[in-house]
Design a protein around this ligand. Structure first.
Ligand SMILES: O=C(O)[C@H](O)[C@H](O)[C@@H](O)CO
Ligand SMILES: [Mg+2]
Length: 391
């Protein structure tokens, strides 16, 4: 048995080119503020955290986090790393509880749970490498020949450019397309028409044999969403994502109970109990935690069991290796979100510039390798010139 010897955190600051922000790009929680200017600014992130856990025999497991990397790094370095060094990585459930309970005063959600997630993901990568198995084989194995993925981009912009992007994406055989709304409550009835115009235009391109998912990114509110849902119904969206802020669980439940369009969410929820609350309150018809926020693979797999018992499908936010392995290992995780490789614009794209080995979608599916141990990703040296790395 080899014990955990060290925890190495690094913050990767992107210094390469970025796509300049555009107006009405994506509704978001800041839209409710009087503040002028670039409301999406605080949701763009040009940083990522890597967390490498090494055991005495030299094996290294890789974890990651995208939320507030500099703060998460401090939390890990100062608080969580000392809790895991000296432990056996296969005691992962004990280690998880130790991290959760020793910082329970402040770590149950947000930064603390994100730090726990990064460490836990690294531990699962480590365990896979130590036994020579892919992580999904440690969770339940292969429940799918390959994973169906939906194309996730189509941020709001001129109708023609959104249609052109969808037409280009259609060439890759995706059976689902996720778009972002650009208008919300502050844009009134005219904004509603702008939103509906774009949904109609996308349906013209992808037709009705493909899924269309619609993302509000916490930028609407209960009143506006209740008015929009009947107008959206005829476009048959597979779901409407994060219409209200994450704390408005009652609002989620009221919208979902209207049963007009399935409501999805969860990427800003943390811990097993946090997600159980969404399920118990029937707040979502699709649960979308992100494994690098919710508590890592240990927590995500427990949530998957609770969701399966409630027959609520789990489709994790963002795709990426730490989520794909859970989707492969669970029948109740039907498909994966997929961010195609693009220039850096929002920050989700950075995963491809920091890591190698994340599976690429082919004809609307992605595959995990039965023989690649751990998560199957490595830290890349291909784009180091575009990063400033803080140890
Ligand atoms: O579900 C998503 O993809 C997230 O909400 C996006 O990452 C966010 O950046 C808004 O598009
Ligand atoms: Mg989302």
């Amino acid at each position: 048995m080899t014990k955990i010897k060290s925890v190495r955190t690094r913050v990767w600051n992107w210094t390469g080119p970025t796509v300049p922000p555009t107006g009405n790009f994506c509704t978001n929680a800041s839209d409710a503020l009087w503040a002028k200017g670039d409301a999406m600014a605080s949701f763009r992130f040009y940083q990522w955290l890597t967390c490498e856990i090494e055991t005495e025999d030299g094996t290294i497991g890789i974890g990651n986090a995208a939320l507030a990397p500099t703060v998460v790094k401090t939390a890990i370095d100062d608080w969580y790393a000392p809790l895991v060094i000296g432990e056996d990585p296969f005691d992962y459930a004990y280690i998880w509880e130790k991290m959760y309970r020793r910082t329970h005063a402040w770590g149950r959600k947000g930064i603390g749970m994100t730090a726990i997630s990064a460490i836990d993901i690294a531990i699962w990568d480590l365990m896979g490498k130590l036994v020579g198995k892919p992580v999904f084989k440690l969770l339940g194995g292969r429940t799918k020949e390959k994973i169906p993925v939906y194309y996730s981009k189509l941020y709001a912009g001129p109708v023609e450019s959104m249609q052109a992007e969808a037409e280009e994406a259609m060439k890759n055989g995706y059976t689902g397309y996720k778009s972002r709304f650009g208008y919300g409550p502050k844009d009134g009835m005219a904004g509603m028409r702008e939103n509906l115009k774009r949904v109609e235009a996308l349906r013209e391109v992808i037709g009705y044999d493909n899924d269309l998912m619609l993302e509000c990114y916490m930028g609407w509110n209960l009143d506006y969403t209740k008015r929009m849902l009947p107008k959206l119904a005829k476009y048959e969206p597979r779901w409407l994502e994060e219409p209200v802020i994450a704390d408005d669980v009652e609002g989620y439940a009221e919208l979902n109970a209207m049963n007009i369009v399935p409501i999805s969410g969860g990427e800003h929820e943390f811990s097993v109990i946090g997600c159980k609350d969404l399920i118990d309150k029937k707040a979502v018809s699709v649960l979308q935690y992100d494994t690098n926020r919710v508590g890592g693979i240990t927590a995500a797999q427990k949530i998957n069991a609770i969701a399966e018992a409630a027959q609520i499908p789990v489709i994790p936010h963002a795709g990426q290796a730490h989520n794909y392995h859970l989707t492969m290992a669970n029948t109740n995780c039907p498909i994966s979100e997929y961010f195609p490789v693009f220039d850096v614009e929002v920050g989700n794209e950075l995963f491809y510039y920091i890591f190698e080995g994340d599976p690429e979608a082919v004809d609307g599916f992605l595959q995990l390798d039965d023989d690649k141990p751990g998560l199957g990703i490595t830290i890349s040296d291909k784009h180091l010139s575009n990063f400033e790395i803080v140890e």
